[in-house]
Write a protein that binds this ligand. Structure first.
Ligand code: PXG
Length: 290
């Protein structure tokens, strides 16, 4: 594998960043996780836009334009002969002193890893996931806004550990008011009648790209889409539930905190949305090869 670091491709074993980089010392930086399908980078513009928004929020000046970033990502895929894969785009604050002040870091490091993705096993898509609510709440937007896709993911990791301890793959994270925010690396949806519901972004969630696509698909399929505050009670009494994320795509949920959701198996409307999403991934995206 060849890794892109600041405009150059290096061999995997030489792909190194300084121990003085504030990305390592303080989790000071931003990232994106992007998929390629069928020789095309899916929703690339949306991911690059979000990277720029995250960077703006932490006052990190990206050393490249949108267009240069697009070209670099496509080049990294081509260099690694990716047709279907996973791209990790990382920008760190760069090398600085052993103090948290970022003003001594003068060169952000841009890293692009284009490789393979580890997916949930197929049988989880067929049977559906069991998930639990965990004690760790989502970061307050007034502290570290969950909209920022920063290198500081400990909030999510703690929740993931708690889910794993409970024998689950994913965790439902509530916000400080007790409303549902999202999962550790996925947004959450429920279906009730002909309504598709997901927590508002202000409840403390990442502005998920898959989330946006699914809301558009649902409207096209004649569902009503709304973003009310949701409680655990709303989840327990949903007809269907699923999670969305670049990695997971759409994955059905059949049990939450011991309560069986709907019929206890992936629901029909979830299936329709999964089909719609798959069709989109196959037919759109930024071409890697001419
Ligand atoms: N919430 C959080 C906290 C995320 O990190 C999503 C929702 C879904 O957003 P997208 O735009 O992907 O639909 C994410 C993104 C991983 C991994 O290794 C997870 C994400 C991104 C990159 C890697 O589990 N989730």
């Amino acid at each position: 594998m060849k890794v892109y670091i600041n405009g150059e491709f290096c061999d995997e074993q030489n792909a190194k960043i300084s121990v003085f980089d504030h990305g390592l010392l303080y989790g000071d930086g931003v990232f994106e996780g992007i998929r390629a399908y069928n020789g095309r980078v899916f929703k690339l513009k949306e991911h690059i836009d979000r990277l720029f928004f995250s960077a703006k929020a932490i006052m990190l000046q990206l050393p490249m334009t949108h267009e240069q970033m697009t070209r670099a990502i496509v080049a990294a895929c081509r260099e690694n002969q990716i047709r279907d894969g996973y791209i990790r785009l990382v920008v760190t604050r760069g090398i600085g002193t052993l103090g948290l002040n970022p003003n001594r870091c003068d060169k952000p490091q841009v890293i692009i890893i284009a490789g393979k993705i580890q997916l949930y096993p197929n049988e989880l898509y067929e049977r559906g996931l069991e998930i639990v609510t965990v004690p760790t709440i989502r970061n307050l937007h007034s502290a570290l806004n969950p909209a920022i896709k920063s290198l500081n993911y400990l909030n999510n990791i703690l929740a993931k550990i708690e889910a794993n301890n409970a024998g689950c793959e994913e965790a439902i994270m509530l916000n400080a008011e007790g409303f549902v925010a999202e999962c550790t690396g996925d947004n959450l949806f429920i279906i009730k009648g002909r309504q598709l519901l997901t927590p508002p972004l202000s409840a403390g969630a990442l502005y998920g790209i898959t989330r946006g696509i699914v809301m558009d698909l649902a409207r096209d399929q004649g569902l009503l889409v709304a973003e009310p505050n949701l409680t655990r009670y709303d989840l327990f009494n949903a007809d269907e539930c699923f999670l969305t994320g670049t990695g997971a795509e759409l994955i059905p949920v059949v049990k939450i905190d011991g309560r069986v959701i709907g019929a206890g198996k992936p629901g029909p409307l979830t299936h329709d949305l999964i089909s719609g999403y798959h069709a989109l991934t196959k037919t759109s995206g930024e071409p890697i090869y001419e």
